[in-house]
Design a protein. Structure first.
Length: 256
């Protein structure tokens, strides 16, 4: 409770100082606007339904790309994590694409897939894929070889080894990759909208910037932050549902 009070106090102090600076002329409203102006634009978009429309487009792009990229990345991570030979063959190719800034692929994706929602989803999935893949791969490679050997001595089938040892051991690594991927999923969707779109939060951001509407830019950024927080919270709830013991373990560590 004390931590939350400190956080709220810092936020109130920041917003109050910003508003006071704008009213006294210490902050140029053309470049920085003011909290009251930002909230006015945000509320206007909210009650008109414009924010819900554009937010829904971005959510669809980010969530679909997040799910697809995360699922494919997890599958590839599990497969390559179990096959050292295959991983060594594909390692140079994976590192080349991982080292390449994914946002640089956006213009190429526009040529390949057009400017529709498909391009944003594919770009988002590409960004998410590598983060989830690398974390899953590391998690599978770090599974205790002793446990795998014990199950093999008990004549367990490969699917039993996978479901009873590998996946439960690597699941924390998978969720680490998923949590890291949330902001990057939004980055992929919004960058795609900034490049070519007439809908979405990225479009709102670009449109406000083009009109030199600083309050609108900050309002769009506020919507993006709220969306990122909501997606992070959803991943956290999913993690609690899949790994209920994780929270209890963390509480015991903090109590110690």
């Amino acid at each position: 409770m004390k931590i939350w009070l400190i956080r709220i106090a810092l936020l109130v102090a920041f917003i109050g100082g910003w508003e006071l600076g704008a009213r006294l002329g210490a902050v140029d409203p053309f470049f920085f606007s003011s909290p009251s102006a930002v909230m006015t634009v945000f509320w206007k978009w909210l009650i008109s339904g414009r924010l819900f429309h554009h937010d829904g487009i971005t959510v669809t792009e980010a969530f679909t790309g997040f799910v697809c990229g995360g699922f494919v990345g997890m599958c590839f991570g599990v497969v390559l994590g179990q096959s050292r030979f295959l991983a060594e063959i594909l390692d140079p190719v994976i590192m080349i694409f991982y080292s390449l800034p994914k946002i640089a692929l956006a213009p190429l994706f526009v040529l390949w897939f057009g400017i529709g929602i498909d391009m944003k989803i594919i770009l988002t999935a590409t960004v998410v894929f590598f983060l989830v893949f690398l974390n899953t791969y590391a998690g599978v490679r770090n599974v205790s070889r002793e446990l795998i050997a014990i199950l093999q001595l008990m004549q367990a089938q490969n699917r039993h080894v996978l479901t009873k040892v590998i996946l439960p051991s690597a699941v924390s690594w998978v969720f680490t990759g998923l949590r890291l991927s949330v902001p990057y999923a939004l980055i992929g969707a919004i960058v795609g909208e900034l490049i070519a779109a007439n809908q979405g939060l990225g479009y709102l951001l670009s449109d406000s910037s083009g009109q030199f509407n600083t309050a609108g830019v900050f309002a769009a950024l506020l919507a993006i932050v709220l969306l990122a927080m909501a997606l992070n919270y959803a991943v956290k709830l999913l993690e609690k549902a899949v790994m209920p013991w994780r929270e209890e373990q963390e509480q015991r560590e903090f109590s110690i």
